[in-house]
Design a protein around this ligand. Structure first.
Ligand SMILES: Cc1cc2nc3c(=O)[nH]c(=O)nc-3n(C[C@H](O)[C@H](O)[C@H](O)COP(=O)(O)OP(=O)(O)OC[C@H]3O[C@@H](n4cnc5c(N)ncnc54)[C@H](O)[C@@H]3O)c2cc1C
Length: 363
């Protein structure tokens, strides 16, 4: 199926199958809505396009996933950040898990039966991820014991599984990844509240958690490579979805603005359009089978800047609405502040651009 045909068929199907969210806008409500949307799209086959047959997919180019997410985001059917987590975690499983494990687990994620989380950041290791200290120690029977703490783990309280980075030896080559069941004894999840009032992420404590040998992703020491392969995924198809969602917010802002400021709205549009052009190039490269790398840091800087500019514009053009009312603009504005932090901070992205794309060397 080509892209235009796929888009038209999805649009037709969405017109006939009402997946509009209910009135519950809490995080519980959003996660339940996400599962409902994924389930319906999976059962109808749409969610399976762009994924390989080995993990229950129907094949076709990955760009079909971008189109589906765009249609979902444009209609506000699911919160784009949590919808797009499949784009980060499923490719990682396909590349690094044993084929039987990926075949068993990926369909559970795509179909909305499960939610997974990404256990990378730690209290002392965020930007400097390679310093992580959650330890995995081998046991005589080949399994591993994991002890340590993760933080900022999005949706950990809802997750059945976690893609977890651990330390098995010193240095970058001593990082090893596991796919861990979140109901394993010894795991404690303590949700953290963001400034926009939602328990979006959590602290996760691992106390002598036993993980079977066959849950290792790749081989011992492959964890750094896995992380470097995963991070560009956070900046490709996910971004296409988010940009569609931000364009829908811009349209809404134009509708709600009583005294339109053409320059401010035009400038917000331009920033979003620039991010979309850049993301389009990335989608193209993905479709051609390119391996994504540090150049996706440019996408991240452009998108985070455009997102914050859009909500700054909303703050300026809707006087008092963000500050004094319970309008959805308020949490969205506050959440947009995180855009320059999650998935690698703005400063780190600029460092990557300077060092790895412009070859400017260290500080
Ligand atoms: C909404 C949200 C969701 C998240 N979800 C997840 C998740 O699901 N899983 C997960 O593992 N993590 C998650 N994170 C964590 C995120 O990846 C980290 O917050 C991020 O990597 C930054 O790490 P840090 O918070 O430890 O900040 P730090 O690394 O301590 O940085 C603090 C400040 O110092 C700056 N800084 C640090 N080093 C340098 C340097 N070398 N040069 C210049 N400036 C520097 C940073 O840019 C930043 O401004 C999430 C974060 C947010 C906000």
């Amino acid at each position: 199926m080509d892209v235009a045909e796929f888009r038209a068929s999805v649009q037709e199907w969405l017109a006939e199958n009402d997946l509009t969210p209910g009135p519950d806008h809490s995080l519980d409500g959003q996660v339940a809505q996400l599962a409902r949307v994924r389930r319906a799209l999976y059962d109808a086959g749409w969610m399976r396009y762009g994924w390989p047959a080995e993990v229950g997919g129907l094949g076709g180019p990955a760009v079909l996933r971008a189109v589906l997410g765009e249609e979902v985001a444009t209609r506000d059917l699911a919160e784009p950040g949590i919808y797009s987590m499949i784009e980060v975690l499923a490719p990682t499983m396909i590349s690094y898990a044993r084929p039987e494990l990926a075949a068993e687990m990926v369909p559970r994620l795509l179909s909305g039966r499960e939610q997974w989380c990404q256990g990378f950041s730690e209290p002392g290791s965020g930007s400097d991820l390679a310093s992580l200290s959650t330890r995995a120690t081998p046991r005589p029977d080949g399994s591993w014991t994991v002890s340590g703490q993760k933080v900022w783990t999005s949706l950990a309280q809802y997750a059945q599984r976690c893609v977890l980075l651990t330390r098995t030896a010193p240095g970058h080559d001593g990082i090893t990844a596991f796919f861990v069941d979140m109901d394993t004894p010894g795991i404690t999840v303590r949700p953290l509240r963001t400034m926009h009032g939602v328990d979006e992420f959590a602290e996760v404590f691992f106390d002598d958690v036993v993980v079977p040998a066959d849950r290792m992703l790749g081989n011992p020491g492959d964890g750094w490579r896995l992380a470097m392969d995963l991070l560009p995924h956070e900046r490709s198809t996910c971004f296409w979805h988010r940009i569609a969602y931000l364009f829908a917010r811009l349209d809404q802002l134009i509708d709600e603005t009583r005294v339109p400021d053409d320059a401010a709205l035009g400038s917000a549009y331009l920033a979003l359009h620039t991010a979309r052009c850049r993301s389009h190039v990335t989608q193209r490269r993905l479709a051609e089978g390119a391996r994504l790398g540090p150049e996706t840091s440019v996408d991240k800087v452009l998108l985070a800047t455009a997102e914050q500019q859009l909500f700054d514009t909303a703050r300026d053009l809707l006087p008092g609405v963000l500050e004094l009312t319970d309008s959805p603009w308020r949490p969205e504005y506050l959440y947009s502040r995180a855009a320059t932090i999650y998935g690698g901070t703005a400063e780190i992205q600029r460092n990557i651009i300077a060092r790895r794309l412009l070859d400017l060397g260290k500080e």
